[in-house]
Design a protein around this ligand. Structure first.
Ligand code: SF4
Length: 244
């Protein structure tokens, strides 16, 4: 019961953010959390050269984190307080991938804990889930100075570890939050406004590009199409459809 009430509170919080009538289809919680299996951005392109297509050996998240160590593979290492690896269920059916840590994430060493992260938490709650049900990480693991966009060499240096994380978790669905995550994973420079809402495939996983929560904070009207994207994800995961 406590979990249901928590889901409902999160759901209503997202609804209040959304602003009433536009989200009438988000008004009911969508059933129990997903069972765990055993075991904002500037417009320039962020696409990096294609990654090696050889199949990755599956490693644990702990092993991948250990391999990163005190990573100095790109210049973002010089400005970080903490490396932000990722957090959540290592066996999640759903993974959210963002762009990179911001100031609060850099301080706490956790992904999506600032204002945009609070909105992401509400979005996850509106899907009838909790953060502990999913896994959350970023394309680059260290904060770009001044929250600038990650540069192609930084993305290229860090992205193999994102690929390894996704390969380790093996989710059914990856949600790419914002253009950097979507363009990096898809090797596609199409603007996020056109990528979003269209199912794609990433290494055998279904991938849904949608807007970054930071973008949604600046552009609240885009929450409605984002919610449509999340409903499509819920349908693939077998979550009950919200009733009108
Ligand atoms: S952003 Fe990635 S590659 Fe660059 S220093 Fe941090 S962990 Fe290493």
């Amino acid at each position: 019961m406590a979990g249901l009430l928590r889901d409902l509170r999160a759901h209503l919080a997202w609804q209040r953010e959304e602003g009433g009538a536009e989200v009438m289809d988000m008004e009911r919680p969508q059933g129990p959390p997903l069972p765990a299996r055993s075991g904002g951005a500037a417009p320039e392109a962020a696409v990096v050269p294609p990654a090696a297509s050889a199949p990755l050996a599956r490693r644990t998240l702990e092993a991948i984190r250990g391999e990163l160590g005190d990573c100095q593979r790109c210049k973002l290492c010089s400005g970080r307080k903490q490396l932000v690896f990722g957090a959540g269920n290592p066996h999640a059916r759903l993974v959210f991938v963002g762009e990179g840590p911001g100031a609060e994430e850099d301080l706490q060493g956790l992904p999506f804990v600032g204002p945009a992260g609070q909105l992401l938490t509400k979005m996850i709650g509106a899907m009838g889930l909790q953060r502990e049900d999913v896994y959350i990480c970023n394309v680059v693991k260290c904060r770009p100075p001044g929250n600038r966009n990650p540069e192609p060499d930084e993305i290229a240096a860090c992205e193999p570890f994102l690929r390894a994380q996704l390969n380790s978790i093996g989710p059914e669905v990856v949600v790419a939050l914002g253009k950097f995550a979507a363009q990096t994973l898809l090797r596609d420079a199409t603007p996020i406004t056109r990528l979003r809402g269209q199912w794609r495939t990433y290494q055998g996983m279904k991938l849904m590009p949608t807007f970054h929560p930071a973008y949604l904070l600046r552009n609240p009207a885009e929450k409605k199409p984002c919610w449509e994207d999340l409903k499509a994800v819920m349908a693939v995961l077998g979550k009950p459809a919200p009733k009108p």
